[in-house]
Design a protein around this ligand. Structure first.
Ligand code: G3H
Ligand code: 13P
Ligand code: ZN
Length: 314
């Protein structure tokens, strides 16, 4: 089965009340680990790359990076029995989004969430028209990604989280295929200072009013055992805290269908690499020292696929 459109994967998830993780990659090794996990779990996969990842892969040239990612993902997808899509994560630069569409990405995220509502809507609508004309699906974001607790300190969190009525208007006006509503998560390994919590009332309202597949950004869990392993071998992840598994499954119940995950994969890889290098100080063959990190990333992805209910949904 093939390389597919992200919309196909997410509409099926929306109908089936489950979610699919969207997994960030920067290089071949993470992709290999993710593909192995998807195949073993018979799960659909959404692979995503940030603008930074495209520049990195192309050695500074995002056009070259975009082409490389499409070739890499297709080389796997065309030869396995699970649906795989490739998505641009947090696209802010029109030129990079166009490069990705031209290179053959399945879907894009236009992230104009830093602008006022009207301008976000305008930018998103423009991108939807272009992308839809060539069969590429589109994600957009409403509100800002900040932790509820953090945000209370600087301003009322209502100002940063999604407004459900605005979400309804936004989806109707732009024709966007899936929407990322800000409900209290943030990117990276330090998401909550106190207890982890998300605004589920807001999430439920957005789902009721829009009906489209919804996306949870900043959804890494920062598993305790991974954090411990990394710290045992010299990492400093003091205060790292993610979205607990129970909160993730609850968010799926209320309408989340795409769960963006980057930090957990990065942390698993570095934890295992640190351990391997500490135990094998004489090793310098990347095919050897990348083996256990890839294995751990694969296991983290498999855990996620099972947790979100998309195992055996290929
Ligand atoms: O949402 C952000 C992703 O984790 C990608 O981050 O810009 O460091 O590649 P990046
Ligand atoms: P994490 O940093 O929680 O993995 O979130 C990744 C993300 O939202 C990518 O868009
Ligand atoms: Zn994100």
């Amino acid at each position: 089965m093939p390389y597919v459109n992200t919309k196909t994967i997410l509409e099926k998830a929306n109908r089936g009340y489950y979610a699919v993780p969207a997994l960030n990659i920067n290089n071949l090794e993470f992709l290999q680990a993710i593909i192995d996990a998807g195949v073993e779990e018979k799960s659909p996969l959404i692979i995503e790359t940030s603008e930074g990842a495209m520049k990195y892969a192309g050695n500074g040239d995002y056009n070259r990076g975009a082409k490389l990612f499409v070739l890499m993902v297709r080389a796997f997808a065309d030869n396995i029995d699970i649906p795989v899509s490739l998505h641009v994560d947090h696209g802010k630069d029109f030129k990079i989004l166009m490069a990705a569409i031209k290179a053959g990405y399945s879907s894009i995220m236009i992230d104009a969430s830093e602008y006022p509502f009207e301008k976000n809507m305008e930018e998103t609508k423009k991108m939807v028209e272009i992308a839809h004309s060539v069969g590429v699906s589109v994600e957009a974001e409403l509100g800002r990604l900040v932790g509820i607790e953090d945000n209370v300190v600087v301003e009322s969190h209502e100002a940063a989280l999604v407004d459900p009525q605005e979400a309804k208007l936004f989806v109707e006006e732009t024709g966007v295929d899936f929407l990322a509503p800000a409900i209290g998560t943030s990117h990276g390994a330090f998401k909550f200072k106190g207890e982890a919590r998300l605004d589920f009332d807001r999430l439920k309202q957005v789902k009721d009013l829009t009906g489209v597949p919804l996306v949870l950004h900043g959804a890494s869990s920062v598993p305790e055992d991974i954090k411990k392993l990394a710290e045992e071998y010299g990492a400093d992840f003091k205060g790292a805290k993610g979205v607990p598994s129970e909160i993730l499954t609850e968010s799926v119940k209320y309408g989340i269908n795409k769960v963006n995950t980057d930090t957990d994969l990065r942390m698993a890889f570095i934890a295992s690499l640190r351990e391997y290098l500490a135990k094998n100080p004489g090793e310098f063959d990347p095919r050897k020292y990348f083996k256990t990190p890839k294995e751990l990333v694969k296991n983290i992805v498999k855990d996620r696929l099972r947790l979100l209910g998309c195992s055996n949904k290929a």
